[in-house]
Design a binder for this molecule. Sequence first.
Ligand code: PMP
Ligand code: GLN
Length: 409
Amino acid sequence: LAKKLHGTEKNVWVDISKMAVAHNAINLGQGFPDFMAPDHVVEKIKEAVADHNPSIHQYARSSGLPRLVQALSKLYTPHLGRAVDPLTEVLVNVGAYGSLYCTIQGLINPGDEVIIIEPFFDCYQPMVTVAGGIPIFVPLRPTKEGTVTSSADWKLDHAELASKFNSKTKLIIFNTPNNPLGKVFTLEEMTEIADLCKKHDVVCVSDEVYEWMTYGAAKHLKMASLPGMWDRTITIGSAGKTFSVTGWKLGWCIGPEALISCAQVVHQNCIYTSPTPIQEAVARGLELEMSRIGSPDSYLTSLAEELLPKRDTLAQQLVDAGLKPVVPEGGYFMMADYSQKEVDLPESDEAKDFRLVQWLIKNKKLAVIPPSAFYCDEHKHLGENFIRFCFIKNDSTLEKASCILKEWA
Ligand code: PMP
Ligand code: GLN
């Protein structure tokens, strides 16, 4: 294995998904729906390939199929408060993963510091270290105790965050709604981060893949729409999350040409272009969605409505099972504190939540995710008393999980 990859061998999704399958567990682990994608989106992929248009089956323009970049520009222009140039300010990629990878590789020089807010989507850390960057971690911390708390109760310490910025800081990786917490950052919280970026000339990579999934009063705000932030923000989105089609693996970066062109240099030499039929289908899907904005059949708003009762049911089931849920304001994951439960776990070097999850999969046939995977080594203890549940699942799956949790109670 190449030296630059040392330390990145372990992957929570590979390990836990493999175990879940091997033990035939009810899977509330990896984030993907176990129900059918929306009919109109499935129709669009059928239409895209049935069109007898030979170009649908050939390479697309490197930075993105013209029809798709047009649709993305139209979709985001009102949310960003400025016209997005489809040809220079959009880069289509293989998932949000590809988008993050090309952005980080394209912007980081060896020794550059990159601030990462914890808990964080796990791939940020290896992407930064492989690019030669130095990750600097700042944790969100719970500010309230109780049986049921909210992701809004998890906050950054402003002085601690500010202390991490210096002349070596190149990027901050920001994620709202956050995975795994479901925190939706407020305007005030985002303004604090934006002010630090501007003061220290730092670029913000804003991972907003769960942008359409917020609940109640929480509203998603785009970092790039804050004053002075367009020029220093790359926003990451995902068709997999937007349309509940994680297997389509299509994502995008939106941002100023000066930053997008850096990600494109990486992209053109390691991916070159994303699958054309998928790009065509997503373009058609977004066009249809834009015609439905404000109507009840808009998937961009109806998905969160569909998820809200699932979130609330799961939270209650967790309370009944003796866990303490952190109810998310966005996304489709829920963290829950299990430290009240008595479980005799085998001793090992692994974090307690990893041992608990292995125990749950083997003995209770329930798969969830150990959140210490979303912390650096030094801060893993902050996640060790929690497990992460995914609730974008059929009610029947959630019901089966509930029976297991009750039996565990
Ligand atoms: N960012 C976050 C916060 C995620 O949860 C995910 C999950 N898949 C990704 C990026 C990657 O998205 P994609 O499947 O589009 O590569
Ligand atoms: N984003 C998804 C999650 O958090 C899955 C990511 C993956 O499987 N690599 O569960």
